[in-house]
Design a protein around this ligand. Structure first.
Ligand code: COA
Length: 164
């Protein structure tokens, strides 16, 4: 079996391990202005109701580095996206969509009725992904992101997808 075989395999999505957290912190730092460190991620992972997923590709060397991650929080029959990010060099290859689809599949199993998220109104890529998956806008929070780094006025769009 050649090295190339591994690169042609689609990434798999599975629950994050503690050993994934340093790489996840790197991806978070490369994706957001306010980075979460390993300790913060570990506390989040340990919280009841948290679903912490990673996408990874098999490797001939056995190392299965996370390419992206998704954190969801489930409370009663509702859930929210805490965050999602894909490593910059891996974006645009369907990994974000695969993570969200895996999360939605898990939420069906948990009998959740709705999944909510907040997204910066200027985050075109994320909006394309969420709309593509069937999320629709249900509200706005002006100034939610405080003083934004990348333009806009910090408005968050609140989006929801109905699961049942
Ligand atoms: C948002 C993010 C997670 C998307 O991950 P990704 O792996 O790049 O997205 P995908 O390749 O799975 O794209 C999924 C869909 O989004 C849309 N999309 C993504 N990138 C796009 C682009 N550059 N142009 C047009 N559409 C795009 C498409 O609808 C695409 O579906 P399709 O490929 O079936 O047409 C990623 O860009 C990221 O990590 N951004 C920084 C962190 C962030 O903003 N997180 C969201 C916080 S709310």
């Amino acid at each position: 079996m050649s090295f190339w075989w591994f690169w042609t395999q689609p990434p798999v999505v599975e629950e994050a391990l503690d050993e994934d957290l340093p790489k996840i912190a790197d991806i978070h730092a490369a994706s957001f202005a306010h980075a979460w460190n390993v300790g913060e991620l570990a506390r989040m992972k340990a919280q009841q109701g948290t679903l912490f997923l990673v996408a990874r590709r098999s490797s001939p060397y056995g190392s299965r580095t996370p390419l992206g991650f998704l954190i969801l929080r489930i409370a009663a029959d509702e859930a929210e996206v805490i965050t999602i990010a894909v490593a910059p060099r891996q974006r645009g290859r369907g990994i974000g969509k695969k993570l969200m689809e895996a999360g939605l599949f898990r939420l069906y199993g948990e009998r959740c009725s709705h999944l909510f998220l907040e997204v910066d109104a200027t985050n075109e890529t994320a909006l394309l992904l969420y709309r593509d998956l069937g999320f629709r806008e249900v509200g706005q929070r002006k100034g939610y992101y405080g003083k934004p780094d990348g333009g806009g006025d910090g408005t968050a769009l609140v989006m929801r997808i109905d699961l049942r």
